[in-house]
Design a protein around this ligand. Structure first.
Ligand code: B16
Ligand code: MG
Length: 218
C-alpha cells in the first residue's frame, strides 16, 4: 500500500543544482581557485556547511578558515544563490512533475516535501508548487543531514502516515539511504548509477503516473 509520497526538492522537482554550482564556483573564484562541475556533483543533497567543506577541500583550503569565517563564506554563497532562485519561474519545474503531483492529490495520496535546503520555501513559492504540498519539511526543521532519516521520518510523522506506506523520491545517494533507514521505499530520480539502491529508477517524471508507481513497487 502507498498512502504518502515524500519528495526531495533540488534535482527531483526543480533543477536548482545548477544555481548551487554557479554560486559555489563564484565563491571558489574569489578564493583564487576553480571549482569544476565534476567537483560540484559531490555537493548534491549535502547540507550547506558540508558543501562548503567540499569546495574548500577542492582548493586545498580545508584548514584555512575559522568556524566564524566559514559561516561568513557560506552566507556569501547563499546570498548569490538567493539572487538566482529569486528569479525562478514555474517554467523551471522539471517535465512531468506537475501532472504527477496533481495525480497524487486526485488519488488522495499525501504529498510531502523532504528537502535539506533552507531555501525550499522560496523555491516552492517562485515555482507555484507550494499549494500542492500537504506538509513541508526543509532544512530549517531538521538538524541531521541525509543519510540520516530525520527529514523523511518527520515528513511521515507530520502526515500521520506509516513509513512502510511512504515512498521517497530522491536524486542523491544519501537520500536513497536516508529513505531506507526511515523504513521507506524509494524512487531514484534522474537515472544516476549512484542510485542503484533505490527500490526503482525513474529517468524522468514525463508520462509517469501514480498507477504506474503502484504497478512497479506495490
Ligand atoms: P541550502 P535537496 C539540497 O537540497 C541540495 O541538493 C544541496 O546541494 C544543498 O547544499 C542543500 O540542499 C542545502 O541547501 O543551502 O539552500 O540550505 O536536494 O535536499 O532538496
Ligand atoms: Mg536532491
Amino acid at each position: 500500500m502507498i498512502t504518502c509520497c515524500i519528495f526531495d526538492l533540488d534535482g527531483v522537482l526543480v533543477d536548482t543544482a545548477k544555481y548551487h554550482y554557479l554560486a559555489w564556483a563564484a565563491l571558489a573564484r574569489e578564493l583564487g581557485f576553480d571549482f569544476t562541475p565534476e567537483q560540484g556533483e559531490a555537493t548534491k543533497g549535502v547540507s550547506r556547511m558540508a558543501s562548503l567543506d567540499i569546495v574548500l577541500r577542492a582548493g586545498g583550503m580545508e584548514n584555512r578558515f575559522s568556524a566564524e569565517e566559514k559561516e561568513r563564506l557560506a552566507a556569501e554563497k547563499n546570498a548569490r544563490y538567493l539572487e538566482y532562485i529569486s528569479r525562478m519561474t514555474a517554467d523551471e519545474v522539471l517535465p512531468g512533475v506537475l501532472a504527477f503531483l496533481q495525480g497524487l492529490r486526485a488519488a488522495g495520496i499525501k504529498v510531502v516535501l523532504g528537502s535539506a535546503s533552507k531555501n525550499a520555501g522560496v523555491i516552492l513559492d517562485r515555482c507555484g508548487l507550494r499549494a500542492l504540498f500537504d506538509h513541508i519539511v526543509d532544512g530549517t526543521l531538521v538538524s541531521k543531514a541525509k543519510p540520516d532519516p530525520e527529514v523523511f521520518a518527520k515528513g511521515a510523522e507530520l502526515a500521520g502516515e506509516n513509513p512502510a506506506h511512504c515512498v521517497v523520491f530522491e536524486d542523491a545517494a544519501a537520500g536513497i539511504e536516508a529513505a531506507a533507514r526511515a523504513g521507506m521505499r524509494s524512487v531514484g530520480v534522474g537515472g544516476s548509477p549512484l542510485l542503484g539502491r533505490a527500490t526503482m529508477p525513474l529517468p524522468s517524471f514525463e508520462g509517469f503516473t501514480f498507477a504506474e508507481l503502484r504497478n512497479q513497487i506495490d
